[in-house]
Design a protein around this ligand. Structure first.
Ligand code: SAH
Length: 205
């Protein structure tokens, strides 16, 4: 089923072999708690994961991971740990992953799941709008919820030469924005199309 999913993602235009191989290794069925969706774990869909949140669609995970243009050993910040699926894909890419989630029950559930599966990400409970100051700076930043605008703290925690992938926009649909920070700290934005995410919410954590 994982092989079929990888072929499907290739068919949809994902070409980065490291990303495809990483997705081919992550057991997505172990990131879905609701047994009603288990037999669809390798379908290219988002599913509910509790707390009104969703595990991202595999195509979105693949697309964002490809846009990151990461290489092994880089330090990456993920905002919106959720089920931990995207986090696991980043771990499989050989990245040092720091991830933050604002829903405490999800954070706790995913923390034990990642431990059980042997993924060594540094997981945090808190408001991702503030990034994770004590682990900054980051080579890469990936946001997996829709932000009304690019969070300033995240840009500040991005290394010069770094790259961030952030869905930006209020309402149902966001633009996938890639931000490149040059060596003098100047940021350039690129638009990579329309996607749907659950909203990035502030200050509940
Ligand atoms: N990467 C996840 C996607 C989960 S959906 C996965 O692969 O399963 C997005 C997640 O972002 C939700 O769990 C939501 O609670 C979280 N989120 C929303 N606003 C946030 C914020 N300000 N800080 C941290 N997490 C946030």
């Amino acid at each position: 089923m994982r092989r079929k999913l990888v072929e499907h993602l290739q068919g949809k235009g994902i070409t980065d072999t490291a990303v495809l191989e990483a997705i081919g290794r992550v057991p997505r069925h172990l990131f879905i708690d609701d047994t009603a969706f288990l037999n669809k774990a390798y379908d290219d869909h988002a599913f509910p994961i509790g707390c009104g949140q969703t595990i991202s669609q595999p195509y979105t995970v693949a697309f964002q991971s490809e846009l990151l243009r990461s290489s092994k050993g880089m330090k990456v910040l993920e905002v919106g740990t959720g089920s931990g699926y995207q986090c696991a894909v980043l771990c499989e890419l050989g990245l040092k992953v720091v991830s933050i989630e604002r829903h405490r029950p999800l954070y706790l559930l995913t923390k034990s799941r990642m431990r059980d599966l042997g993924y060594k990400a540094s997981l945090h409970h808190g408001d991702g709008y503030k990034g994770v100051e004590r682990e900054a700076p980051f080579d890469r930043i990936i946001v997996t919820c829709g932000a009304p605008e690019v969070p300033i703290a995240l840009l500040a925690q991005l290394k010069p030469g770094g790259r961030a992938v952030i869905p930006v926009g209020l309402g149902e649909v966001q633009r996938m924005v890639v931000i490149e920070k040059d060596m003098s700290g100047h940021c350039k934005e690129m638009d990579k199309g329309a996607f749907r995410f659950v909203p990035m919410l502030a200050d509940k954590a």
